[in-house]
Design a binder for this molecule. Structure first.
Ligand code: FE2
Ligand code: FE2
Length: 262
C-alpha cells in the first residue's frame, strides 16, 4: 500500500477573515482547499498518513492568523508536520502550535519515518530556512551538520526533504533573488546521499519541477495566491489554489498537484 503525504504551502492567512492578498481571500481559499481534501478522503480517493505544511502560514504573522489556521486544520492537526517560511514568526508559531512548531536555534524541525512496516518506510525531514525579517532563506552550518549526520545514520531509508525556500533558480528573477542563499553546500550534501529522492518546497506559489542530480525537486502551488512562472516581476496567475500529493511506495514514488475545480 502506498503511503500518501499531503503537502500544503503558502497559506498566507491573515487575522482579518475577509482580508485579501492580491485580490484573493486566503482564509476562504484555505477553507476551500481543506474542504476539497476532506471530501476526497471521505470518498475514499485519498488516505493521508501525514500532512506537511511548508511555511508562510500567515501573511501578517499575528497570533489570530495562526489560531485561524489551527482551527481550519481541525482533525488533521495531530498528523501535521510544520516548518516556517519567510512570512512566519517562530515565537508566535510555537505559542499556537506548541511542540509541533519550530524551536529557535533548533537544527531541524522534524525527522520521522512514515508507514508501519520497515520495508516501506520513508524518512521525512523538515528543514528550517527561516531568517527573521528577511524574504530569502538560509540553512546555517549547524543545520547542514545535523542533516549530514542524519543522512549518514539513515542511509538506507528513502528520504523526502521539505523546506520552504527552493535551493535552485526557477526562472523568475524576482523570486530567484529571495530563494535559498548559498545553496551549494546543501546541494553537495544531498548529491552525496543517494537515499534523498525528493526535495519539496513552497515559497514560489507555482508548480515547478527539476532534477537535483539523483533527487527530484518539486515546488508546490499556494493554497491561495498563484504566481505566473518566468516573470521579471510579480505577476499573479489566475490558476486556482492547489496542493501536492506524494505517494510513496517501497523505493518508488509518484506525485501530483491537485487544484480546486474552477
Ligand atoms: Fe508564500
Ligand atoms: Fe515564502
Amino acid at each position: 500500500m502506498p503511503i500518501e503525504i499531503l503537502q500544503l504551502s503558502d497559506l498566507h492567512v491573515m487575522a482579518d477573515p475577509h482580508a485579501r492578498l492580491k485580490g484573493v481571500c486566503t482564509r476562504e481559499t484555505l477553507t476551500a482547499v481543506l474542504r476539497h481534501v476532506n471530501e476526497g478522503v471521505a470518498a475514499g480517493r485519498w488516505n493521508f498518513d501525514t500532512v506537511v505544511i511548508t511555511g508562510d502560514f500567515t501573511h501578517d504573522e499575528t497570533p489570530a492568523a495562526y489560531e485561524a489556521v489551527k482551527e481550519l486544520l481541525g482533525d488533521w492537526l495531530p498528523r501535521c508536520r510544520i516548518i516556517p517560511g519567510n512570512h512566519d514568526d517562530r515565537r508566535v508559531m510555537r505559542s499556537v502550535f506548541g511542540e509541533q512548531a519550530p524551536r529557535e536555534g533548533a537544527p531541524i524541525n522534524f525527522s520521522c519515518v512514515t508507514g508501519v512496516n520497515e520495508a516501506d518506510a520513508w524518512r521525512l525531514i523538515g528543514l528550517d530556512t527561516h531568517v527573521p525579517g528577511e524574504l530569502y532563506g538560509e540553512l546555517p552550518a549547524s543545520q547542514l551538520q545535523w542533516l549530514a549526520e542524519e543522512l549518514e545514520t539513515h542511509a538506507a531509508e528513502p528520504t523526502l526533504l521539505f523546506m520552504h525556500h527552493p535551493p535552485v533558480l526557477i526562472g523568475s528573477p524576482w523570486i530567484d533573488g529571495i530563494a535559498l542563499r548559498e545553496p551549494a553546500a546543501f546541494l553537495n550534501l544531498i548529491g552525496r546521499h543517494s537515499q534523498v529522492r525528493i526535495v519539496a518546497t513552497g515559497h514560489v506559489h507555482q508548480e515547478f519541477t527539476t532534477s537535483l542530480g539523483g533527487a527530484a525537486l518539486f515546488c508546490t502551488p499556494s493554497t491561495g495566491v498563484q504566481f505566473l512562472p518566468r516573470q521579471e516581476t510579480l505577476v499573479c496567475d489566475a490558476a486556482p489554489p492547489g496542493f501536492r500529493i506524494f505517494r510513496l511506495d517501497g523505493n518508488t514514488f509518484e506525485t501530483e498537484v491537485v487544484r480546486l475545480p474552477q
